[in-house]
Structure formats: structure tokens, C-alpha cells
Design a binder for this molecule. Sequence first.
Ligand code: MGD
Ligand code: SF4
Length: 716
Amino acid sequence: MGSSLPWENLETPLESQEAGLGQGAMIPTVCEMCFWKCGVHARVHQGKLVALTGNPDHPLSRGRLCPRGVGGIGSLYDPDRLSEPLIRVGERGSQQFRVATWEEALDRTAEGLRKVADQYGPESLALFYHGAGGSFFKTLFKGMGTANIAAPSYAQCRGPRDVGFELTFGEGAGSPEIADVPNARVMALIGTHLGENMHNTSVQDFSAALGKGMRLITVDPRYSVAAGKSKYWLPIKPGTDIALLLGWANVIIREGWYDAAYIEKNAVGFEKFRAEVSKYTPEAVYIETGIKPEQLIATARELAQAAPHSLVHPGRRVTWYGDDTQRCRAVALVNGLLGNWGQPGGFYMSSSIPLKQAENQPPLAEHQAASDRPAGSYPYAGSVLANGLREATLTGDPNELKAWMVYGTNLPMVLPDPRKTLAAIQKLDFMVAIDILPMEITGWADVVLPECTYLERHDDLIAPWYREPYVALRQPVVEPMGNSKPGWWMAKQLGKRLGLEEHFPWETANDMIGDRLNASGFSAAQQANLYRKGVILKQADPMYLPAGAPLDLATPSGKIEFWSQQLADTGFDPVPVYRRPEQPGPGTFRLLTGRSPVHTFGRTANNSRLLDQYPENEVWLNRATAVDMGLRSGDRVMMKNQDGAETGPVKVKATERIRGDCVYMVHGFGHKAPRMRRAHNNGGDDNALTTRYKVDPIMGATGYSVNFVTLEKVEV
Ligand code: MGD
Ligand code: SF4
């Protein structure tokens, strides 16, 4: 009988391909320590994973991984991993469970979902997911007849950016982003902290561009790592970026630093836009942002003189103030003025390899609208809102939600106002959590299903839109630990119990992958090569538009929409308008949050290898302010917000690298789940302080940076 690990069954065994890394087979697979999905070489010796390195054939890794990718071993061998199915025996949230067999846990899950669907209809079911394995449960939930399927990567992360770009250029900014950083001569970052926010390829591109002399403008209240590489650091007052962006637009237009013929040919509403932005003079913008007029003019000139080989980066987690779609639209509009759409150093045209569904898999019916918003609200939401599903669970509007499946997302620490998340869970008839660790969310579930990690399983094929189109394979490199199982297997077993088996027509993951590759026209030789190399590459379509070619965009006008008729028709500002945000009172600070390059949200907070490199989060506080408060680096403080919510004790980092009106911390620490022994009570949880949030009226995203905190020294 062959091994369950496909690479062990290859006719010619895989061999070590690199010197100096010891013995063992080198198995290609795909990383999931974050959602970028770089190609990995996993070195396995005597059944044990001993090293992870970048797959040189994979376009996203190019032979390298980021620190988290290398540290994936720490997640695989985490001693606190979930290893058995669990069924709740105490009160919800009391963390009392008993070990169950898979048979019993799956029966209980199918029964919980079926009962709710029968009693309240399929629209009362919701799936929250994040990560590749979620695709199998999406199939299951669509099969059950619900459209309530949401990931926090939309309304808690990139959604407003994509809507802002769609309203302007007819297309989102992509993931990986379509920013042509390697060829940019000038780039502006609006709070985007590339290098701390770590995505392997974008950081490789960023450092290559800097090495080639790209000039950088960093707009950030904090002197980020990127600010340290910049020609200009603009330490902006938090929440005022729209004023700066419109100020840049005004100066570029006023000074005639744009290509009038390009705008004439490719834009609509330009004259109205010009009139609207004319009030954002450098002097007026200075009062709001604190950015000196001469700095605004110099940076506008820098961007404009390099156009079209310059850009304002679209950013990634842009959910800050509740006016985020308009800020991102302002980013898109400055790019429109630079004429960089489809141009080297601006935004490139991505392409992908279209994958077909397996021939023996029936198509899934499209269901009515999701229950994530009251009728008529958030008209530009392009995906289901995770916060909206929570709201419907609480309010019953537009309908009650009574059962949740939560796959790979730790809702209590990622949806703002965790009190609401827990209140919503208490209203459910049934909740199942599928996770690899005993995270906060699992403590509230009725059934916990332990998934094996990305290094122990197949997931669906990966074929994103990128510069070079490719298909990549995730395959198991070692056997699953304990009694954990892959998501595809769980979904199939639940499908059987729910009468949906036809949607999971394969017996093994190899069949599942093979059927899809066959349907998509890949030959047997290509498929064998995919298992051996981890990736199939295809020639890219042209990445740039010919210079001077007219744009043919997917906006209603087919052009860049400087003045948006569709926004006007739906009651929104057709051109972004700056509105002054509420400011923190004396002795309080706006809470800003971001990323560490060696951690991903909260999912790596128990990973020993990554904790070695960044052991806990700290609160950054302006040094002069710290002196006034009698605080020094290394002191511990409790952080308390305007609603009395607290977290800590957190270590202080007193530094000149941040303005005095805000504090900053890395998201994802301060876990309260008791069974994660390293993460438990380590550092502070920014989400505990996010009891206030602002919902973007255009598309429903949740702005987090509207909380004000005080710091109080504690002895520990
Ligand atoms: P994590 O905290 O990493 O964030 O939201 P999440 O992805 O939910 O939680 C991941 C969960 O997945 C953990 O429970 C982890 O154990 C589990 N997990 C990890 N690997 C696997 C696996 O292979 N299988 C399964 N089944 N489970 C797995 C991220 C989201 O959070 C995003 S995208 C953004 S940008 C927002 N960021 C953000 C923020 O910066 N601050 C605050 N306060 N909230 C935020 N929410 C958003
Ligand atoms: Fe893995 Fe890092 Fe790539 Fe993310 S950026 S997929 S963590 S190597």
C-alpha cells in the first residue's frame, strides 16, 4: 500500500536539492503562515520536518521565505495544538469539553446545522472563514442554501481599498497588489508599513526598488521602518489623510503638473473635481494635518515629476476611521492624476490561469442576498460583511442567524467590540469551530473540530491573479499530528451526513486535485511535475498598456471617474470630502495598531520560534510625553479606553518615533485563552480596546482607529 503522503509515492524520489541543509527529501508545498501563499520547500528527514525554505520556482517566494514562513515549524510542532474533537459539557464559554470520536463530533455538527436549517431556513446559517481550507466549507454552506459566508479580510481589512479603486478605475487593487513597485521611481505610502507589514514578495520588490534609487514618501504618524528609508517622512495628524491627498491633487492641478491630454482622453468629471479640490490649499491642509505647506508642495512635485512611473500605494489593512472608502478613492484619484494605470512603475495588468471545477462536481446554486445588512444599506459592499452577520445575529435584521461555523478565524479578537461577538454567540442554537489551536473562539463552541496544519494537508489548488500566472499545489509534507484531520475530509464527511455528498465526489485529496487539473486541461506530465516542483507557470499576458493607448475601464463611463455619478446617485460624496475627526482629550491618546514582521494577526502568538524573535507587543509612546507622565521604556502599563475596557500589563516603548497625540501597538497579542500557554496573558490585546468602531456607510467596513486610551503604570 502506498503512503498517504503523495511525494513518497513518486516514481523517482525527491532528493535534497540544496547543499548545507542536511539530509532529507525536499517537498514543494505552499505556506499559510499568512495569506500571501509563498512556495515552500519543506525538508523532511525520518518523518520529521527539519527546515522550510523558499521554492526558487515559485513566483511569490523566488527562493526566499519571510521569517514567519521559516517559523512554520513552530506551528506544526506547537505542543498546545488541538489534537482531538471536543464536545462542550459546561456552560458556553466555560471552556469545559470532553474528547469525542470523529464520528460523534461530525454527527453532532451535522445535526446542529440541520436542525437550525429545518427550523429557521438556510438563511439562518452563517460561515465565517479565513484561509485556504475555507473553500470546502463554502461549498458545504452554499450546498445547504445560504449566502451567509464571510471572511474578516474584507470588511475588517482590504474592502474599502478595493471599493475605492473600483469606483475610480473599475477594478480593485488585487492581492497580491497590482502596484508595480519594482519599477517605481517615486512611491508614497499612506500609513502602509511595508517591511513591518510583511508580505515576502512585496518586501523583496520594495527593497529592490529602493536599491535602484526609488524615492519614498512616507505619510505616517509613526516613524515606521519604511519612514526610515524615505526621502520625506510626513508625520501626519491621525485621521487627516484625505485632506493631504486632496491637497496633493489640488497642487498637481494648480501647477499644471499633470498630463492634460491624458486626462482629456481618459477621465470624466475632471472639471468638477478640480473645482472641489481647489479649497485644499497647502495652507488649509497644514491646519488639519500638521504637514507644512512646503513639504506638501515638494512631495506633490516629486510624485508628479516622475509620473507615470510613480504611485501612491493602495495599502492593505485600510479600516481606520469609517470614511475609508473615500480615503482610498482619494488615493486612487491621485494615481489617476499621475496617469499610471497600466504603466510601468504605476499599476500593472495582472493575469491568471483559469481553473475549472471537476467534471463530476455539480454546479452550486446561487442564493439570494446574504443576511449581512438591512435592506438598502452599504450599497457598494462587494463581499459579505462579517460584522454584518454578527449584527444580524444580534438584531434579527434582516433575519435571525442561529448557527455559525467558524473556520480559521478567531472572531473574539478580530471583530471590533468583542462584547458584541460574545453576545451574538450566546444567542446561537449551535456553533462549531474548526481550528488548529485552542484559541478564544474555540472556548465558545459547542463542537470543536481539530484541523491539521497546512504542512499536513492538501488544500484546493492556488491560482491567483499576478504578474506571472501560475498554479501552485499545497500537499502534506508530514502525517497529521494526533487525531487532527484536513478540512477537505471534514467537509466531505459533513456533506455525507447532510445529503450533499455529490459536491464532494472524490475519495482522496489526490483525486480531488487530479480531477480539477484534468478538467482544466493539464496533461499527466504537467500534473506529475506539479507534485515535483510545486508550481506550473504560464507565459504572462502583456503587463502594461502601450503608451498613449486609451483606457477601457470597467467603470460606468469606461474612464477614470474623477467625479462619480454613481456615488452621487446613491447619496454619497461624488468627490471625497475631508471631515475633521474627533480628537483625543488631554491625557488620552488615539490608539493606532499595526503589524510585526514576524507575526500574523493573532495566529502566531503561541509559536515559540516567532516569539523568540518578537516575544510580546509594546505600546509606543512619544518620549517627551512619557517623561511628562513619569514613564520609561520597559515600564508596564494598563491601557484603558473611553468605555472602561482594559488590557495589559503592556510594556512601554518610549520613543521619538511617534507623535504625542497617539500610541501604537502590534495587533494579535494579549490572548486570554488559557490553553495557549505561551500566548496567554502575553502583552496587550488591541481588540479589547476597540469597543468603538465606525462603519463605512458606502460598503460597511469597520474603522478601528477611533478609540482613545489612557495609560496607567503598574508594578508587576
Ligand atoms: P487571527 O488572529 O490570525 O486572525 O483575522 P483572523 O485570520 O481571524 O486568527 C486566525 C485563527 O485561525 C486562529 O484561531 C488560528 O488558530 C486559526 N488557524 C490558523 N491556521 C489554521 C488552519 O490551518 N486551519 C484552521 N482551521 N484554523 C487555523 C484576520 C483579520 O483580522 C484581518 S485579515 C485583518 S486585516 C484585521 N486586522 C485586525 C487588526 O489589525 N486589529 C484588530 N483589532 N482586528 C483586526 N481584525 C482583522
Ligand atoms: Fe509565508 Fe511569509 Fe509568504 Fe506569508 S509572506 S506566505 S508567512 S513566507
